[in-house]
Every structure is written in C-alpha cells, then in structure tokens.
Design a protein around this ligand. Structure first.
Ligand code: PLP
Length: 362
C-alpha cells in the first residue's frame, strides 16, 4: 500500500484529536463525562443560532450559497472590510490546508513555532514543503527568531496569536519590531482562533495592518468563543488580490447552509459573546486560584484554556482523570510533556476538575 500513496502522505502523521465524550463513555463504561480538552465553548452557542438553524431543515436538499454572501456581509460589516477580502471554509483548520495548497511549492519552507497548532506542520508536509520550527521563548512564540529564520526558500510564516497550546500572546510592539523585516514574498498568517477572548490592550490589531502588508492573511473561527465547533465554519481576511487566488482553492460548498446561517446569527449576537467572555474570565480566575493553592504553576492565558505545569509525567494523570470522567489534553501530545492543557469549563466542570486533580496530585 505504501507504494500507492504520495511520499508526502507517508511523511505525515494522522492528527490526534481530543477524545470525544461518547468514546470515553463507551470505553470506560462511564455515565458522566466532561470534556475540557478541545477548547470548545462550555456554555454552547447563542440561542439565536439555534433558532436560525431550526428554520433551515426544509432546505437541507439544496446546495448552500457557494459565495457565503450573507455571512461574508456580516463579517465585512463588523470589521469594515469588503466582501471580496473574505474567504470562508469548513473551519479554519480546512483554511490552513487551503493556504498551503495555494502557496506552498515542493521544497519551499514554512516557519512555525516549535510548540504551536500542529496543522501548520502536517499541511506543510503534505505539500512536500519543509517545516522550520523555532524554539519557544518563555513558553511563547519567539517571533524575532522566527523572522531571523527566513531564507530565500521561505513561503509562509505562521503567527498563532494567542498561541495554542500555550495561550500567551505576542504584543503589537513586538510584532511591529519584526514586520518590516518580512519580505513581501513571504505570506504572514495571523491565526487568531482565540482572539475574541483577548483582553490585553497590547494585542496587535491585524486589521489595521492589512492595508500596509498585502502579504498578510488573518484566520479566524466560529468554533471557539462563538461555540459552533460542530458546524465547521472559519474565515480568513486578506487583500482582495490575495483572496481571489485563495478562492480558486477553497472547495465551493464546504460551508454548509447550517454553518453559514448559524455563523451569521452568532457574529451578530454581541450579548451572547459577552456572556461567554464573562464565564470564561470567572472560570479562569477560579482555576488560577486553585492551581496556586495546589502549588502548580501555569502560563497566563489570553484564551479559553490554561497550560498548567504538573512537574511530573502527565500521561498517568491524563489517564487517571479519564477514568474519573474528565477529558483534558495531555502535554505529551502537544510537545510539552509534564504539562496539561485544560479548557476552561462551566464553574461546575471547573470544580469537578479541581477536586479530581486534588485527589490525584497529593
Ligand atoms: C490555533 C488554532 N487554529 C485553528 C484551529 C482550527 O479550528 P477550526 O477548524 O475549528 O476552525 C484551532 C482549533 O483548535 C486552533 O487552536
């Protein structure tokens, strides 16, 4: 079989996703399982999304609008860009692949942090391009070293901000120091999957930078703060010129009718988003306090997840938490052994987690 597949596929590992609740229930015979593993939204999605989706059932037999007109119009209005600057896909995950398909030739390089969202690496490899991984600085992206690593072969530089799995950010000041050193033939991807959670005034506003940096692409998703992970809807924003090429690669019907209508309702419901952010802030403060009480250090987060340092092998703790019906993301799968990545849940879920961790970590 090896001979049938492209050599790039042989070099690529399958993505290991956070375990679904149904699988843990089935395998461990548990009735109650909570998932704090995939940075999903613990309070779900806006009631307006649910209402909007319910009304679509009769249209299930029709293809969706391949141009996602209504959704793009809502995004365009919110960020003061034109519809032609927007591209949409089945999650920003699929758009990472689209960007690799659009820009990476065999033998070219893409630069990423050592510990970051793993899909940059797998999609780079699938194109037969090379990954250049830059070690972390204080557990965050070392964007200076990332830019230093640019060569004639570099095609994409992946700035995940806030970074997954570390949850930290680089600031506008740090970005401005390096931006002008990035040649215009290198694509700058600002993956901002968690941007809605960011409260720091130092966070760069990528939209302000777009007019000057026509090689910049912003990626965002409805899967996190908007609570639409199962709908699969992400979007990107760049110059009109760039987007007309990207749209040649995007699959025409990847964004389902449900996703388009749901995401449109979500982006227009500011009250729900505020509730999400308030819940997250409250959960974060609680978990910080409890981790401190347990003598555990953590990385200050700008997202809906926290990376906590166990100072011991994370695999046995991950397994033991699973047996207690709590799914988290173990650091060994993320390039940070001895750490756990914990999605901030509802207060009830957070309390269950802390109780279980206290029992396991004496
Ligand atoms: C940094 C980052 N980018 C992109 C994604 C992809 O999200 P989705 O495909 O659900 O939009 C994720 C999901 O975890 C992520 O953490």
């Amino acid at each position: 079989m090896d001979k049938l597949v492209r050599k790039q596929v042989l070099n690529t590992d399958k993505y290991v996703a956070g375990k679904p609740i149904s699988e843990v229930k089935r395998e461990l015979g548990l009735e109650e399982v909570i998932k704090l593993a995939s940075n999903e939204n613990p309070i779900g999605c806006s009631p307006k999304v649910k209402e909007a989706i319910k009304s679509l059932l009769d249209d299930t037999s029709l293809y969706p609008d391949s141009g996602s007109f209504e959704l793009k119009s809502s995004i365009a209005k919110k960020f003061n860009v034109s519809n032609n600057q927007i591209f949409c896909g089945a999650g920003s995950d699929s758009l990472i692949k689209v960007l690799c398909n659009t820009f990476l030739n065999e033998g070219e390089e893409s630069i990423m942090a050592e510990v970051t969202f793993p899909r940059y690496e797998s999609n780079t490899k699938l194109m037969g391009a090379e990954c250049v991984k830059i070690p972390m600085k204080n557990n965050g992206l070392d964007i200076e070293k990332m830019v230093d690593a640019i060569t004639d072969k570099t095609k994409i530089i992946w700035f995940c901000n806030p970074n997954n799995p570390t949850g930290n950010i680089f600031t506008k000041e740090e970005l401005m120091k390096v931006l002008d050193r990035i040649p215009s033939n290198v694509i700058i991807v600002m993956d901002e999957a968690y941007v809605e959670y960011v409260e720091s005034n130092d966070f760069p506003n990528s939209f302000e930078l777009l007019p000057k940096y026509s090689n910049m692409i912003i990626l965002r998703t409805f899967s996190k703060a908007y609570g639409l992970a199962s709908l699969r809807c992400g979007y990107g924003i760049a110059s009109e010129d760039m987007v007309q090429y990207i749209n040649r690669v995007v699959n025409p019907f990847d964004v389902s009718l449900y996703a388009q209508v749901g995401a449109t309702a979500a982006i227009n419901d500011d009250d729900f988003l505020k509730r999400v952010l308030d819940t997250n802030r409250e959960g974060k403060e609680y978990l910080y306090k409890e981790f401190k009480n347990m003598g555990l250090t953590y990385i200050d987060t700008h997202t809906n997840f926290i990376m906590v340092d166990l100072n011991r092998d994370d695999k046995p703790i991950f397994d033991a938490l699973l047996k207690k019906g709590i799914i988290i993301r173990p650091g060994f799968l993320l390039g940070m052994p001895n750490w756990l990545r914990i999605t901030i849940g509802t207060m009830e879920e957070n309390k269950k987690l802390i109780q279980a961790m206290r029992e396991l970590i004496k």
